[in-house]
Design a protein around this ligand. Sequence first.
Ligand code: BGC
Length: 735
Amino acid sequence: MTKTYTRDGKNKKAVLMREEKIENILQQMTLDEKIGMIHGAGLFRNEGVPRLGVPPLYMSDGPMGVRQEFHNDRWNGVYDREDMVTYLPSNSAIAATWNPKRAKECGRVLGSETRARGKDVILAPGINIKRTPLCGRNFEYMSEDPYLVCEMAVPLIEGIQEQDVAACVKHFAVNGQETNRLWVDTIVDERTLNEIYLPGFEAAVHRAHSYSIMGAYNLLNGQHCCENKILLGDILRKKWNYDGAVISDWGGVHNTKAAAESELDLEMSVTDNFDEYCMANPLKAAIQRGEISQEVVDKKVRNILRLMYRLKMLEGTGRRKKGRYHSGKHIKAAKKTARESVILLKNEESILPLKLSDRVAVIGKNATAIHSCGGGSAEIKALYEVTPLMALLNAGGGDTHIEYEPGYFIPDTEASQSQNWQETSLEDRKQEPDTQGTIDSEAQKDALEKKIIEYRDRAVRLARESKQTIIFAGLNHDYDVEGSDKESLKLPYHQDELIEAVLDANPDAVVVIMGGAPVEMDWLNKAKAVVWYYYSGLEGATAVAEVLTGNVNPSGKLPETFPKHTEDIYSVKLGEFGKSDKLEYKDGVFVGYRYYVSHNIETNFCFGHGLSYTEFSLGIPDVRCEGGKVIVSAALRNIGTRKGKETVQLYITPPQGRVERPIMELKAFKKKALEPEEKKNLKFILDRSAFAYYDEQLHGYRVEPGEYKISLGMSVQDIRQSVTVRYSYEKGFEC
Ligand code: BGC
């Protein structure tokens, strides 16, 4: 029996019983029944074999909550279903908390609601590395840093699976752009793959025991991921010993023989010709012709039955949890996470927190926008969604008179009007976003320009007349969306001009930006206070209002770098991003801050940045080298007057060696809550892996001898303390 990394793997007897049961069911299945198990028989289910007590496997998107009910064979919502759910903070927001506990709680909510909606697999979390902020789906992903991804994805998956629901961690692997996502061939070297793009998935398999994993649309080094012999075979099954189920992205399979003989288990797609899927009738025919062995099908069925066994879907496998549709507890968990995800980027002259005056101007369409229902497969039907304007009205109560001006104008776009995009999502080889609206004539153009100016002028007038002004700007799901990438980091809808003009009228105006990826901020020098938040769930705006008014002390930290300009992005500089055929990742391991810091490139805000309304200090660290480990301790003290939370980050700087390495790499972090004057001791235990790089000759990790700097700080560029340790082959680590 192969070594297994799943939770039930430790109990040998239980594993034997499970495998026997699986074998027993498998032996009774006909070829047709087996084929029915390994391809979609509906948009979100396989067939199952009811006569043998094997129900269909029901799946649903997605990361921000359980998606609405669709008809079995149509991408139309089922209207008579009460399928509103808790709108959870996006993975970007969860990552911004830097708090694994929050990730676990969100996972529990997602798992519970998935189960209560009668689903078995939730197609989440999305953990692709944010190689560039231009990727349209970044809002669904966590970070540019693999360590942070691992630490946040593991508890999220654990939380989901505690509820007897399978996580389906996606998209395996290197799905870093949406442009031509079905056909782009991503070329990545072995070191980069291992250091940057695989660790999150490996942690999902080895640490979180994700019951399923979704193959990506793109090709990796010449082969489609869902049929990829190296990725699914050599890496996932052989190296990682994965015995869970591998599910294709919807429409990610292209070739019957390649898919059948790969380690993929279940083919899903977006069209209703279920019998014609590669792993349906075409596979059956190939088996009957003797071109493909039936054993490959058996292997796949076993993996799916094992998944069902783990979920207690098969008779005699235990009592399965029932889940809760939604509840006050779920909303509370979403709110708690949202509170910790708001990031205070800038706060000159301690403009924030605000004591709301009797006349407040709220400017910007994002103050009233609803976002939960967009973004692609991550869309959901939220139970409700508080807007920033609602949240501020609530915070101010009857003593505050709030006036609102949208400030910028959003033209109707085909993108925002289009229905059932998923059905046609596989048709175009390259999908271009339509975010500008259709402007046919000069007259229409003039009318639009007039409108933009009219909106801006009204907002500026209001800002001038009000004691306090808060701008709610940013992105929406016309930009943060599946299926297309951004062309630049510029704020759309002429918002830069609006923000600049409002700041001229009222230099104390607070700028609040929401989005799924960084934006350029050419007005940054003029703004005294800037707050950032990601799509952060049904109570996200409440959390923002609480931060603005000081009821919550902000503690979010950037899980990604905010570059100054689009041209600063490495993949853009290399002319690589958005290529639609062969896309070589020449940036290698220099992704995100690994690039900006190593090449000394100025950014607007660095990785790990996030301010608080209080101040923290970090004492001189103590370092010990024991049993092959390096133990670093330091005291964190709240030296301000408010209670607050701080995340101390630990980065390693390696010595010069055989290969070029980033000068800073995150290897540990700890978030702590402290009362004023309170002091807490932080202890970081580092093993070899924290100092290692992937050596292509060795096909494994190597620690080079020399001096390593260990830096502790509040962001990658706010380093407060550092110590060094030496490593030699003879003596190991020495302090
Ligand atoms: C997306 C997946 C999603 C699937 C099912 C695909 O287009 O890439 O993330 O889970 O659709 O909706």
